[in-house]
Design a protein around this ligand. Structure first.
Ligand SMILES: Nc1ncnc2c1ncn2[C@@H]1O[C@H](COP(=O)(O)OP(=O)(O)OP(=O)(O)O)[C@@H](O)[C@H]1O
Ligand SMILES: O=P(O)(O)O[C@@H]1[C@H](O)[C@H](O)[C@@H](OP(=O)(O)O)[C@H](OP(=O)(O)O)[C@H]1O
Length: 334
């Protein structure tokens, strides 16, 4: 009995750490009336994704299924309820199908986390997971932001209720083109991450989303990481290029996931090569569309639950992307 309680406390403590913000919003309901934990079994060798900043989390919500993390640098995303889960799975399969010769889809592979197939555990045979490369794996102190792109975040098949729900989430997205839904930034002085969730970001407006939202994410030790912002802008150019040449797909509620290294000691070394935070460094300076210190920043497209066919450019995504680019350039001038 004591052993059982101890193990329950351990799981609860872990969840409290990773879901601190959700706990504050009373979203977590892992303990039933009888005091027994109602959590899906954690497949052997996995743990809840410790650096997740948004989306469905393990232990939270109706299904309590969420992202899991393997030691090998891969993550597991549960296939969500139909039609969105199957749509996302089909899309990953199509893009990463080795027999696929569509050049547009082949180019897209570099802009997404690599898909490594589906996976099911004997502990939870009914749950199908997509195995994906963890974009944050190579970072020691990954600073992460999730930006949902596009003024419109509902798809052409959305019900009137869903449209209403989406419109109310962050109305300023109609003007600025995007929403921030989660972030975490490492503070070297305290050795802790400062995080922000969608509830906080939804209190902002079309201007403060940049001056407070984006700025908060890109600030470490009171300094705006302009070096990182420049790298992000370079990587966004690659994404912009792809969206300007493709007229096959449109994406709703898709996110751009940004990850940068928060371990300042390493970053300080590169200060010798390129100014860390100098005011005259507003210039983006991409080399052939790539940043010179490419490895310290990752920018990937994630969340493909609302991908649809089209025969035009995805102007909704492009409008959101331009909004983000404009705000990042504004930050460089601050
Ligand atoms: N490949 C990845 N590498 C690292 N982190 C990831 C990856 N994919 C997702 N994440 C983390 O999980 C979060 C949620 O991702 P995603 O939007 O795919 O989830 P979701 O459950 O479909 O979200 P929602 O349904 O609420 O839109 C991201 O903000 C990020 O923190
Ligand atoms: O940010 P919140 O408030 O948690 O809202 C959820 C989030 O926007 C998800 O992206 C969305 O799933 P989809 O992107 O797949 O639509 C889900 O849709 P739902 O309301 O239909 O469940 C929302 O509840």
């Amino acid at each position: 009995m004591i052993k059982q309680l101890k193990s329950r406390d351990r799981v609860k403590k872990h969840l409290q750490t990773i879901h601190k913000q959700d706990m504050e919003e009373n979203l977590i309901t892992e303990v039933g009336d009888n005091g027994v934990l109602h959590l899906p079994a954690l497949p052997c060798g996995t743990k809840p994704l410790s650096h997740q900043v948004a989306g469905h989390r393990y232990g939270v919500g109706k299904t309590k299924l969420g992202f899991l993390q393997n030691e090998d640098g891969t993550i597991l995303k549960p296939v969500q309820s139909p039609p969105r889960g199957q749509r996302e799975l089909d899309f990953y399969k199509r893009v990463f199908n080795p027999e696929n010769i569509n050049p547009i889809l082949i180019k897209l592979r570099n802009l997404m986390p690599k898909y490594l197939g589906t996976w099911t555990s004997p502990e939870t045979p009914g749950v199908v997971y997509m195995r994906l490369v963890d974009v944050a794996h190579k970072f020691r102190k990954p600073c992460i932001a999730d930006l949902k792109v596009g003024p419109v975040s509902y798809d052409p098949e959305a019900t009137p209720e869903k449209i209403e729900r989406e419109k109310l989430k962050f109305p300023p997205a109609l003007e600025c083109g995007y929403q921030m839904i989660g972030s975490r930034t490492y503070e070297p002085e305290t050795g802790e991450f400062h995080s922000a969730n969608k509830v906080y970001f939804r209190t902002l407006n079309k201007d403060t989303i940049a001056s407070e939202g984006l700025a908060r994410y890109f600030t470490q030790g009171g300094k705006l990481r302009k070096d990182v912002i420049r790298h992000v802008l370079c990587k966004l150019q690659e994404i912009e290029h792809w969206f300007n040449i493709q007229t096959e797909l449109m994406f709703f509620a898709m996110s751009i996931l940004i990850v940068f290294e928060g371990d300042i000691q390493l970053e300080e070394k590169s200060e010798n090569n390129q100014s860390y935070n100098s005011a005259d460094s507003n210039h983006v300076g991409c080399v052939n569309g790539y940043s010179s210190i490419d490895d310290e920043v990752e920018v990937k497209l994630i969340d493909f639950a609302h991908v649809f066919k089209t025969d035009k450019k995805d102007m909704n995504f492009l409008a959101g992307l331009y909004g983000i680019q404009m705000h990042l350039k504004m930050l460089l001038k601050m």
